[in-house]
Design a protein around this ligand. Structure first.
Ligand SMILES: [Zn+2]
Length: 281
């Protein structure tokens, strides 16, 4: 955990799907991470994945991947559950080619089950993903995300339990989602610290050495997230207290921005941290 990283979710606009162009824009913006958006499924061929991985390496870009949106491990449809497992397996198979070390995904909705009923299904599905791959120590981790909707699996407590019980998992902390799920609960350093300490207490070095954060502003209703928004004053959560906590605790997260213009959110996040460094040195 030598260094923090900052980057956008998905290629910057105007790259027409050209990875080298995307990496150049990211690097020229002073950033060094990309969460590859395979959100409509992973359709590339293996040699394309290899070329992408080599280019990321050449440009010094740290890679994660956001797996398909249609993953729904607790779906009522058996076919959807099978497909969801298969999508995660395919993401894991492609990750080493793409230089990807973390596969971010949404577990999905509770599908009418209680959280307690949903939990064992999620757990056994992820065990099955790893059993299909046959190993879990080749440097790629599955990173289920904190969910923004109250009807979706992915509270802090659920992710702690899941990551404690299944090897090869780390949480992706989407702070905007957490803010929406808790109806505006992230406002102070203490609010952020409580979440980080709970994960650290339970998951220890696996958590601390693999911190993966999503940041953006968010609009929400009583059922949770409605839309991702820019960072800054207008929408919560304010990430300045988060940056203070990160700095004081010496955490080294990768920050992935999911704002409407992701690259701007990544630049803003990095700027906030640099300003803190300056004012404290
Ligand atoms: Zn996210």
């Amino acid at each position: 955990m030598a260094k923090m990283h900052f980057g956008p979710a998905g290629y910057p606009t105007d790259t027409s799907g050209n990875p080298r162009k995307a990496f150049r824009i990211i690097r020229d913006a002073g950033l060094d991470a990309l969460e590859y958006a395979a959100v409509y499924g992973l359709t590339m061929r293996e040699h394309t994945a290899e070329k992408l991985g080599m280019a990321a390496n050449e440009y010094g870009i740290v890679m994660s991947m956001h797996a398909a949106y249609y993953i729904s491990l607790v779906s009522k449809s058996k076919q959807t559950r099978r497909n969801s497992i298969a999508r995660l397996v395919k993401s894991l198979q492609f990750a080493p080619l793409m230089n990807v070390t973390r596969i971010v995904f949404h577990v999905g909705g509770y599908s009418g089950l209680t959280p307690d009923e949903a939990y064992p299904i999620v757990r056994s599905s992820l065990e099955e993903v790893w059993d299909t791959i046959g190993h879990r120590d080749q440097g790629v981790l599955l990173a289920p995300e904190t969910a923004g909707k109250l009807g979706a699996f992915g509270s802090v407590e659920e992710l702690i339990k899941l990551c404690s019980n299944v090897d090869g998992l780390i949480p992706t902390i989407d702070w905007a989602h957490l803010h929406a799920r808790t109806q505006g609960g992230l406002n102070s350093k203490g609010d952020y610290l409580k979440v980080l300490e709970a994960f650290e207490r339970n998951l220890g070095s696996r958590f601390v050495n693999n911190l993966h954060f999503h940041v953006s502003g968010i609009e929400f209703t009583s059922s949770g997230e409605k839309a991702h928004r820019p960072l800054g004053k207008k929408w919560g959560p304010d990430i300045l207290p988060l940056m203070e906590v990160v700095r004081e605790a010496g955490y080294k997260p990768t920050f992935i921005s999911e704002t409407p213009e992701p690259i701007l959110g990544a630049i803003y996040s990095k700027f906030l941290l640099e300003e803190l460094e300056k004012s404290n040195s």
